[in-house]
Ligand binder design. Structure first.
Ligand code: HXC
Ligand code: NAP
Length: 260
């Protein structure tokens, strides 16, 4: 588990589902939520990946389960949520983290390339929201719906027009849900990470593409930096926070604007 200033039982009794929770940022979030006492369901396409992630969490004293689901398929997401509810008795937190992305100039982007990224990132988040809503509404702790986005979606993102459009759509969706679901006690927020070292995202979008990360704090982010933000948004400390984008990027977006 990651070192955390949050109490180790601050999420005790709650159940969380993290899509794409078997690798990268999602795995860091899953570990942190488990370390704070939550029961965690890790869901993605690869059975080995989610099983291994759950094993790692269980081996260090957490309570986790891996579930295979492709977020592009509404029935699969519904089944994953039902599995979480059957196993742990409810669903209090959903972190829509699963995503697909690759660098391709717009002129070379096929219709299916566009559709694939929109399907995973935007439709996948929609499917999560639809499936989780009745359970988040019933949560005695107050439900939490968090989506992982990026401020690059709002900046103009050359080579990633598909992901930019999808993530901007997710940010808009979350704002609408925050308003619609406020009366149900469900808090809806996004976390916008900067470049996080050791992840597939940084490998594809910065290392292979030869782009500079430009982080004023002078280092790449770590998975645990994002996991701590997720802990905050899941904990009672954020009880009056909804409809916001929590930017956790070491100042990258400010550097972008100030440096041009
Ligand atoms: C051009 C590409 C491509 C590439 C795929 N396609 N990769 N086009 N350049 N590098 C095209 C294919 O040719 C195909 O179109 C269509 O996209 C679908 O590809 P498939 O391989 O059939 O899709 P699928 O098997 O469903 O895999 C989805 C995927 C894959 C998104 C393409 O890369 C994946 O599974 N990614 C998950 C992991 C990931 O992306 N992690 C990074 C997240 S980072 P045609 O026309 O040929 O049929 C992130 C943001 C980070 O989200 C933010 C800042 C750092
Ligand atoms: P990653 O390790 O590749 O994470 C993506 C996860 O999503 C994988 O576990 C993958 O598992 C899962 N996934 C992909 N397609 C799926 C699908 N159709 N259905 C279900 N699960 C699917 O990449 P990451 O860099 O940690 O990214 C995690 C999140 O952070 C993404 O939302 C990304 O946009 C965001 N983000 C990342 C950075 C960064 O610096 N890395 C910066 C800003 C935002 P399977 O292959 O098993 O399905």
């Amino acid at each position: 588990m990651t070192n955390s200033p949050f109490a180790p039982d601050c999420l005790k009794g709650r159940t969380a589902l993290v899509t794409g929770g078997g690798s990268g940022i999602g795995f860091a979030i899953a570990q942190a939520l488990a370390g704070a006492g939550a029961q965690v369901v890790v869901a993605s396409r690869k059975a080995d990946r989610v099983a291994e992630a759950a094993n790692v969490i269980n081996a260090i004293g957490g309570r986790a389960m891996g579930v295979v689901a492709d977020v592009r398929e509404p029935e699969a997401v519904q089944a994953a949520v039902a599995n979480a509810v059957d196993t742990f008795g409810g669903l209090d937190i959903l972190v829509a983290n699963a995503a697909g992305n690759f660098v391709v100039p717009f002129a070379d982007m096929s219709f299916n390339a566009w559709r694939t990224v929109i399907d995973i990132d935007l439709h996948g988040t929609f499917h999560c929201a639809k499936a989780a809503y009745p359970y988040l509404k019933a949560s005695s702790y107050g439900g939490r719906f968090i989506a992982i986005t990026t401020m690059r979606a709002l900046e103009g993102w050359p080579g990633c027009a598909h992901a930019a459009a999808a993530k901007a759509g997710v940010m808009s969706l979350i704002r609408s849900l925050a308003v619609e679901w406020g009366p149900d006690g469900i808090l809806c927020n996004t976390i916008a990470p900067g470049p996080i070292g050791g992840t597939e995202g940084v490998k594809r979008l910065y290392e292979e593409a030869g782009q500079s990360t430009g982080v004023p704090l002078g280092r790449l982010g770590r998975g645990e930096d994002i996991a701590q933000a997720a802990l905050y948004l899941c904990s009672d400390a954020s009880r009056f926070v909804t409809g916001t984008d929590l930017v956790v990027d070491g100042g990258r977006q400010r550097g972008q604007r100030g440096g041009e």
